[in-house]
Ligand binder design. Structure first.
Ligand code: BGC
Ligand code: CA
Length: 341
């Protein structure tokens, strides 16, 4: 039942912007109608909703007298089967380009087959298919960011904060007791962010002791839950919380807030993304730092690639790695940096 409700919500999320009659192949006269079909793994994902808002704006900016663009965006409610059906519908509806944020990043074959049959190029985004799948067809592209970069930056920021503030080592044992809140298992950003954050803390000379970790699937409520369990086990022993994204860092902070912890017994919290609420928390000095996942840059790159693929011009201006990957850089965000901007 719960699953069905989610799917229904996904359909509702489907929307057409910029004119109704965008569907069909690009016209052969001077005017062009472009129809972009987008599907993403789950309509409740905060970061992706922000990214897709940017994407809609970028696409809108591409519209002109001669070029009408319409977009349909669907959320797949966490089901790969639903997403496969959505892709089929979008292709049957005549879309010229697909933008796909896979539910299961290891399972794109059905989608690739459907698209190849009708020669509709695919731009995968945010959830990176494995290299062998990307090699299945030459009309497959990826837009995202490099997970290791975000992990390294998070670790460096944490190291800097720890060095600047000896109080973080509350029990004065020369080590930082930490826990990690992890995103979905199997997501490229989960394993790699965690590994690189820890590596870079060590490389900065910080001695660490891992107390525990919690899987929270990028989700604030799940993170609150996991964090509450860890707090009941370790009480004030936790000195640092590394979260694979801002939502989970916020969930961890919610857990402490509900237990009425005072500032002197709170750990440091670090996130990744720089979502709207994430940045607010940095500004209020509740979140010690985050790493900006450049949604504007990624949305712009996707829109530029859509345009290049439908018009057939501009591909040479794209900054591809290995002919099909567009990676946007991450950036560190601390309260001081926000004050300068
Ligand atoms: C973001 C998460 C998001 C996930 C979805 C990650 O890159 O940091 O916030 O939930 O992508 O795939
Ligand atoms: Ca300590």
């Amino acid at each position: 039942m719960k699953g069905r409700k989610k799917i229904a919500a996904g359909m509702l999320c489907c929307m057409c912007i910029l004119g109704v009659n965008g569907c069909g192949q690009a016209d052969s006269d001077n005017s062009q109608n472009v129809y972009v079909g987008v599907t993403y793994y789950d309509q409740s994902d905060i970061f992706l909703n922000e990214l897709l808002d940017c994407f809609k704006k970028e696409i809108q900016d591409l519209e002109s007298e001669e070029k009408k663009i319409s977009v349909t965006i669907q959320g797949a409610g966490g089901s790969q089967r639903t997403q496969d059906d959505q892709v089929k519908e979008l292709i049957d509806g005549g879309c010229n380009v697909l933008c796909v944020n896979l539910v299961d990043r290891t399972d794109p074959s059905e989608i690739i087959d459907l698209a190849r049959e009708k020669q509709v190029p695919i731009i995968f985004f945010n959830r990176e298919p494995v290299a062998e799948d990307m090699a299945q067809w030459e009309q497959l592209y990826y837009v995202g960011a490099k997970a290791e970069e975000s992990g390294t930056m998070q670790g460096e920021m944490a190291a800097e904060a720890i060095k600047a503030n000896p109080q973080v080592d509350r029990n004065k044992d020369g080590k930082i007791q930490y826990v990690v809140l992890e995103g979905e298992p199997g997501h490229q950003d989960t394993i790699i962010r965690t590994e690189n954050a820890v590596e870079s803390l060590k490389a900065e000379g910080i001695e660490l002791e891992k107390l525990s970790y919690g899987l929270a699937n990028w989700n604030r409520a799940q993170a609150e839950n996991r964090m509450s369990q860890m707090i009941s086990q370790y009480q004030t022993k936790i000195e640092l919380v590394l979260a694979n994204n801002d939502e989970m860092a916020l969930g961890a902070m919610d857990a402490y807030e509900k237990l009425n912890y005072t500032e002197s017994t709170l750990p440091l919290f670090f996130g990744i993304d720089g979502t709207k609420v994430g940045l607010e928390a940095v500004r209020d000095s509740r979140l010690s730092g985050t790493v900006y996942n450049d949604k504007e840059g990624q949305a712009k790159a996707m829109a530029k690639l859509v345009e290049a693929l439908v018009t057939g011009s501009g591909m040479e201006d794209m900054d591809f790695e290995n002919q099909k990957y567009l990676y946007l850089p991450y950036a560190k965000v601390t309260e001081e940096q926000l004050e300068i901007d």
